[in-house]
Write a protein that binds this ligand. Sequence first.
Ligand code: F6P
Length: 530
Amino acid sequence: MKGAPAYLSQALAPLADTAAWKAFAEAALRADRGAGTLRVLEAAGLAVDLSTQAQSPELLEAGLALLAERDFGAWRERLLEGGIANCTENRAAWHTALRAEEPPGRVAGRVLAERDRVRAFVRHIDAQGRYDSVVHIGIGGSDWGPKLVVSALGYAGTRRQMRFVSNIDGHAIEAGLLGLDPRRTMVVVSSKSFNTTETLNNAQCALRWLREAGIADPWEHVVAVTANAEAAKRMGVAPERIFTFWDWAGGRYSVWSAIGLPIALALGAEALDGLLQGAAAMDAHFAQAPLERNAPVQLALTGLANRNVFGYASLNIAPYDARLVHLVPYLQQLEMESLGKSVDLHGQPVSVPTGPVVWGMPGTDGQHTFFQWLHQGPEGAPVDFIICREADHPYPEHHRLLVANCLAQREALLRGKPASTLETELAAKESDPERAAWLARHKAHPGGRPSTLIVLPRLTAHSLGALLALYEHKVFVQGVVWGINPFDQWGVEYGKVLATGIAEELAGKAPVGQRDPSTAHWVEAWRAAL
Ligand code: F6P
């Protein structure tokens, strides 16, 4: 299609029409789905068990042929070498450069300098001993990463009290500031664009709170992390307290940049280092491991078969680790903002469904919430089970039970339990055979439901970094096969524009616009009240 950048000139055939895709789909349908063979891939210290997913030598071959057809090798090189991987915004998606021990020459100076600044700042703050609380203000990619890591690794306590405020809902900032001593509180404002309504309004609210406490220079308490240093300066943040990253690091890929600052404030710079090292180890695996043993690649192909061949519209994430309570929303943003696209790189409709809905919560809570649907609902969903080999608490029996539950759920999803077996079992207890048959149908599990088991040695900064990078690369590979851009998010922008207009109308600064009857009704209703 005209208008696409020249480097995309090579025509991208509609995926569904390609022989490679048809062969992949046919091989998936013929593959073993009964976990006949153990299939565990090792990557950066993680074990990725794909045994209970569709597998066969034919499917493996077809997956490799599909990657070749979609020019995967060239795209991976483009990603890892900082080429234009984000074509609609005409820039690289170079988050791997942020976590490399030796960042690539083109950006090495900047990346290392900012890494050092963050660490020096944390050392200075520690030495100063002035702040015992941090209120972190940011949203989306400027919130989920630090919040996930701090809660996962700081479950047993952090070096200072950490509050994360993201939502524009005033209750969020109210709760975020509640009970803190403004004189001993640092406010970290994180926003790649420094243009996000929620973040800017919450930041102003925090500033008022500092001022109202009689702090002569509230800006002394404020730190900014942004790719738009000018906007942070205009707002009033002192240049020495502005930490930067660059437009080539996408918001949902930015935890590896100075956005990681609150992690170091909460857990020490070693946590940040470990996180980066774990992710870099996964990058090396992604770049070098043969494709048939490449965990992100195989996880991606598995997901493609589940989405497009077996028709699963969603992917459930079940971390069997209470510390990973924020992993699901983190991955929701990563997967759904990246893969929720309907148009390919050439601007043509994608010929097959793209990214699945991602949902879930930590096990075992999820078992008592929605696992019924996973086991016996008519559709079901593939599940990614994530668990640590070793726990960090002193209750071995709890870990044994946690592991048992995780393995049992997988087994139940896979094996199911046919009505005929249940009928025989029930017949022994029930005097009425008709009731036994009736009850057996209610208790039957279809089985044959796919899952992946990801085992971390322990939950450390390193293993968490590797886990997040595993998902990032999986998402990238799927984007390549679907032929979409996983690095933009135009869908989010439209709603922001509409919200700005409605906010003006609610404030009485603009007449109520041409709206549908319902929106107009509620704008009028609130206009009078707000
Ligand atoms: O949700 C849309 C989005 O643009 C995300 O991609 C981003 O992580 C978030 O808003 C926050 O943006 P910023 O970091 O620019 O405040």
